[in-house]
Write a protein that binds this ligand. Structure first.
Ligand code: 3H9
Length: 687
């Protein structure tokens, strides 16, 4: 018998149980096991019916995503669904947990579907750049209204089966034991004529209404709809028009084609890399218990972190200056009020969360906190003094964390006198929204502190990514390389708006100069001065940013930076004064500006990010290329559908351009190729 699909008989009914933890993904072995089980059900005279059920926490949550990069192996999932649907004896799918993607598709192929309360069903394939490939687009519109089928498949969002019961995603909700209820139900179908879902046409009776819904979805998707979106609409449109088997074949063709697209490869990488990144190292101990959190600083960052902690059920105490206490309360309350106004939170939930918040001016109030985090301005001396004070009040073993974005974590750890308890927790702004979080492990950070930091990050629904202590950690290092490459292009002849437009076309929401204008040019100016970049040897230094600051152009806050802004507006407008500064700086260096294509801008910036990521791997600051990708996507706006800078460079074949980098590096050490990149090229262009 299959290890991953177990068949037992109860009262004349076969219990076909998928046992493939953690989520019962439909791997080749599971598919084979299911086909064999269906053959046994069909041929065994002692069996009258069957139930399909998942062991452990869930019904199958989909096809096994890890198999998608290899050629599809038999039996294919559509074969499994057909074996279920064509079984001469009734098959009842018994759902719990999450029946998603291929998992829900095998349930759709069964003769009936039961679910426990709280079960979520859905076809989330679009989030992976593909579409249902095992009958979802053909069977679902035969069971539910076409509007609901379109909405489920195009949004990819799962629904609560019990709360949407009247829509027909499942046939019944089971309060008691699922398997027993399934067996009873399956037996009630024995001897009755079976109507396979593929043979049903009741939902197609109003042909005009059906087509109108499809047309509306197509209009809404628009001209620029992704390939997956267009294919889904085409297949749902075809469901009533084509014979069932031809509809399935059409869907399968689209699915196999989509599976090979760059976007699908990138999104699969993001899915798997995210899960890998957020896992603590396997050799770490169990984390310490954290229930009370203290946060120093109730500014924008501190308030955002506070909200994340309150949302996760922690008690939070914010320490602020006496005059800022009420402002802190108001800021946190304001974030919740807006959530209530937008219908995302009930007033009761807001009140409950705020009831766990206290604000205090006395540092001694942190005495019972399990984790103490500072989010005060990034000033070394200020933070050092603060950690001396914190160490005096914190209980033994409490975690001490800094939210610094660039200060030396080991240096701050030292000042606390408790370096083993010390860790960097670098959040991205706005902290209650952004999922990215760097866990910066210092020289002396203990394994327990690291484990607790990861557990805390996951508990507050962030995606914690491990970084060693190094200038800029991971995210800001790659971001700096990106900006530097953009500056080179700017000095060589591209305008800020050309560079921004190219990077928006690549998929960033904003280009680098829009972001700089928004964040404030003075911040990166201060950083460059601190690092002495202008005098660094062997590296080209672009002075344009400094010149903007010297002219009082700090970005949106002064209504002028790389662009100019009308009063009260954030729309960037081209500014002849900024252009004159750029021209002057180019002339001072004797640069004759040249035309630079959008494609060259995108490629150069991507190579710079990828190579800097490679250097982070060389230095063991980052553990995996995927970690860099996740941080850049979740924290710094890199387009998800491109897979992050490392994956995007790989998929675009840029690793082969090592020679370009070697040539460029002769004039400018910034472009020195990383060892990780050279290895990747040697090992078949893969990080
Ligand atoms: C599909 O079905 C295509 C078909 O239409 C057509 C085929 C022909 N495969 O997320 P978690 C692993 S496309 C492989 O941390 P949670 C995951 O990597 C698929 N592995 O847990 C992790 O592994 P590890 C459509 C998978 O409780 C572990 O399970 N389905 C898969 O936060 C735990 O995952 C989807 O898109 C998979 N399909 O969330 C559903 N799913 O422990 C994708 C999970 O080694 N899955 N893993 O790191 C999810 O949305 C969430 O995992 C789920 C659980 C909600 C199920």
């Amino acid at each position: 018998m299959s290890e991953v699909v177990k068949v037992s008989a109860r009262d004349g009914v076969a219990v076909v149980e998928v046992c493939n933890p953690p989520v019962n993904a439909l791997s080749q072995a599971v598919r084979q096991g299911l086909v064999d089980a269906m053959a046994r059900v069909a041929s065994d005279d002692g069996i009258q019916a069957a139930i399909l059920i998942g062991a452990g926490r869930t019904f199958p949550a989909g096809a096994d995503i890890r198999e998608f990069d290899a050629p599809a192996q038999e039996p294919h999932l559509p074969d499994v669904c057909n074996a279920i649907e064509n079984c001469p004896k009734p098959v009842v799918a018994c759902l719990h947990g999450t029946a998603l993607g291929g998992g829900y598709e095998i349930a759709l192929a069964a003769h009936a579907r039961l679910a426990t309360p709280g079960t979520r069903v859905g076809l989330p394939e679009i989030g992976l750049g593909v579409m249902p490939g095992a009958g979802g687009t053909q069977r679902l519109p035969r069971l539910v209204a076409v509007e609901d089928a379109l909405s489920m498949i195009l949004s990819g969002a799962p629904v609560d089966a019990a709360k949407t019961r009247e829509k027909g995603y499942v046939d019944g909700i089971v309060e008691g034991d699922l398997a027993s209820a399934g067996i009873t139900f399956a037996k009630s179908l024995v001897g009755k004529p079976l109507k396979p879902v593929g043979a049903r046409r009741e939902r197609f009776s109003d042909g005009f209404g059906y087509q109108a819904a499809v047309d509306a979805a197509r209009r809404e998707a628009g001209e620029d709809a992704s390939r997956a979106r267009r294919a889904i609409i085409d297949c749902i449109e075809a469901a009533p028009l084509l014979p069932f088997d031809q509809g399935l074949a059409l869907e399968r063709d689209h699915f196999l084609e989509l599976r090979e697209t760059v976007e699908a490869k990138a999104l699969r990488h993001v899915f798997l890399a995210t899960r890998l990144a957020v896992k603590p190292r396997p050799d770490l101990p169990e984390p310490a218990n954290v229930s009370q959190v203290a946060i120093f600083g109730g500014g924008l960052m501190g308030s955002g972190i506070t909200v994340s902690c309150l949302d996760a059920g922690f008690s939070v105490i914010v320490i602020e200056q006496p005059e800022a206490l009420e402002r802190t309360r108001a800021r946190v309350g304001g974030i919740y009020d807006r959530a209530v106004e937008r219908g995302r939170l009930s007033p009761q939930m807001r009140d409950e969360r705020l009831s766990r918040l206290s604000v205090d001016a006395e540092k001694s109030a942190i005495a019972s906190a399990d984790l103490i985090l500072e989010a005060v301005p990034d000033d070394r001396d200020l933070k050092a003094q603060l950690f001396r004070d914190i160490a005096a009040h914190a209980k033994p073993g409490a975690i001490l964390a800094t939210n610094t974005s660039y200060l030396d974590v080991d240096d701050l750890a030292e000042t606390s006198g408790r370096p083993q308890d010390f860790v960097g927790l670098h959040f991205f702004s706005p902290a209650h929204v952004q999922q990215a979080m760097e866990v910066v492990v210092g020289r002396e950070t203990s394994a327990l502190t690291e484990a607790t930091a990861f557990a805390f990050g996951n508990a507050i629904k962030k995606k914690p990514v491990r970084s060693e202590n190094a200038e800029g950690f991971i995210g800001n290092r790659v971001l700096t390389a990106y900006r530097r490459a953009a500056d080179y292009l700017l000095e060589d002849g591209a305008s800020p708006s050309e560079i921004d437009a190219a990077m928006r076309a690549f998929g960033f929401k904003m280009g680098p100069y829009q972001v700089l204008d928004m964040a404030g040019l003075d911040i990166s100016w201060a950083r460059r001065k601190r690092l002495g970049e202008a005098t660094a040897e062997g590296t080209r230094y672009v002075r344009i940013g400094d010149a903007m600051c010297e002219a009082g152009r700090f970005g949106q806050k002064t209504a002028k930076g790389y662009y100019r802004y009308e009063e009260g507006s954030r729309t960037p407008l081209t500014d002849p004064e900024a252009t004159a500064i750029i021209d002057r700086e180019r002339a001072a260096k004797g640069v004759t500006p040249r035309e630079i294509s959008s494609e060259e801008i995108q490629r150069t910036c991507l190579i710079a990010m990828m190579n800097e990521g490679g250097k982070l791997l060389d230095e063991s600051v980052a553990e995996r290329a995927g970690d860099i990708d996740i941080l850049m996507i979740l924290g710094l706006g890199f387009p998800r559908e491109k897979g992050g800078p490392m994956k995007a460079a790989e998929l675009a074949g840029l690793l082969g351009q090592l020679r370009d980098l070697e040539t460029w590096s002769k004039e400018d050490v910034f472009w020195t190729p990383s060892k990780a990149l050279k290895n990747a090229v040697k090992n078949g262009s893969q990080f």
